[in-house]
Design a protein around this ligand. Structure first.
Ligand code: MN
Length: 339
């Protein structure tokens, strides 16, 4: 077997010697032989294939730790791993695309005088449900803030309340700034509740603009032009499996582990934020999972579309309890109305 020097191998694989040394250090591609005297690396010609595979995986942006596991897999499993990685990239890119679109909208509207000022008409309701011993949800609706939080752990009720209270401290003037404050303050709010935490989904209003704060599996929906859109993305295990194409939305909805969160406020992580533009006629629903996992979405849409906020929240809680009320139920409904 004719071994190649690192220079020869670099030329043959079209990788730099520097990259090859890095791959060696990271355990992605070990030389066939390292001279114990001078430390020179030598490669076998058969290693070219693996070197090219590493280079291709680098080119599609796969993190080094993932490459390490992919190159060790048999072909079919490696193919699967690349497929899953790419779905993740696409989901991530889609999230960034939305952020960029929000930002474009935000910046384009910044210089326009706020002529069309909107009034928010809202109602809030939270209910223990029929099974849980206490209500660890916390919900709030006011002129500037709408919020739903679903606490968990020993001090879950304190956590959900603290997260929402933190948002009440936010001074909503300059919205981008306010959103950063909101994320930070909410993150801090639950720090000292030893492991207890909460989900948080909230809307902060500034004129016709609204900031969406979100972490966990509570949800925000928007009814516009007769259609109900979920405008938050669940931070759950099953949702990430849906994103990767490993589960359908229907399978996720009935999955036994559907309430397993990938992110929540526990003091280590801040919620994500988004800036959106409100329109007269928009209707918003914030809900904890005690509502949206037991009342089907089409029923929810009809209630939001046909009822005033107070009737809507009452009706939704009644429907969730009629479905067994297995969890605490919270909802906020808000209508955006031209002043
Ligand atoms: Mn819940």
């Amino acid at each position: 077997m004719e071994l190649l020097t690192i220079g020869e191998f670099a030329r043959a694989s079209r990788l730099s010697a520097k990259a090859l040394r890095l791959y060696d250090e990271l355990g992605l591609l070990r030389p066939a032989v390292v001279d114990p005297g001078n430390g020179y690396r030598r490669y076998a010609p058969e290693q070219l294939e693996q070197a090219r595979l590493v280079a291709w995986l680098r080119r599609i942006g796969m993190p080094l730790a993932d490459i390490r596991s992919v190159v060790a897999l048999p072909g079919a499993d490696a193919a699967d791993a690349v497929r899953r990685y790419w779905r993740r990239v696409e989901a991530d890119t889609e999230a960034k695309r939305r952020l960029a679109a929000d930002l474009v909208e935000y910046l384009s509207g910044r210089d326009v005088a706020m002529t069309a000022s909107l009034v928010v008409k809202y109602a809030v309701r939270t209910d223990r449900g029929l099974v849980r011993e206490s209500n660890q949800d916390f919900a709030y609706a006011g002129e500037r803030l709408l919020a739903v939080a679903d606490g968990f752990g020993k001090q879950g009720d304190a956590a959900s309340q603290a997260a929402v209270s933190a948002l009440q401290q936010v001074n909503v003037g300059d919205l981008l700034n306010a959103m950063e404050d909101a994320a930070h303050l909410a993150g801090q709010a639950v720090r000292d509740l030893d492991g207890s935490g909460t989900t948080l989904t909230a809307l902060l209003w500034s004129g016709s603009r609204l900031g969406l704060v979100h972490i966990g599996d509570s949800r925000a929906y928007l009814l516009r032009d007769g259609e109900l859109f979920q405008i938050t993305h669940d931070d759950t295990m099953v949702q990430s499996m849906v994103d990767e194409g490993r589960l359908t939305a229907a399978e996720a909805a009935s999955h036994p582990d559907r309430s397993l969160l990938t992110k929540a406020l526990t003091g280590n992580e801040n919620p994500g934020v988004q800036v959106r533009e409100g329109q007269a006629g928009d209707r918003y629903l914030l809900s904890s999972d005690g509502l949206h996992t037991v009342v089907d979405i089409d029923t929810v849409r009809k209630v939001i579309e046909s009822e005033e906020p107070q009737q809507a929240v009452d009706r939704l809680v009644t429907l969730a309890n009629a479905a067994g009320g297995p969890d605490n139920i919270s909802c906020v409904v808000a209508h955006l109305i031209q002043r």
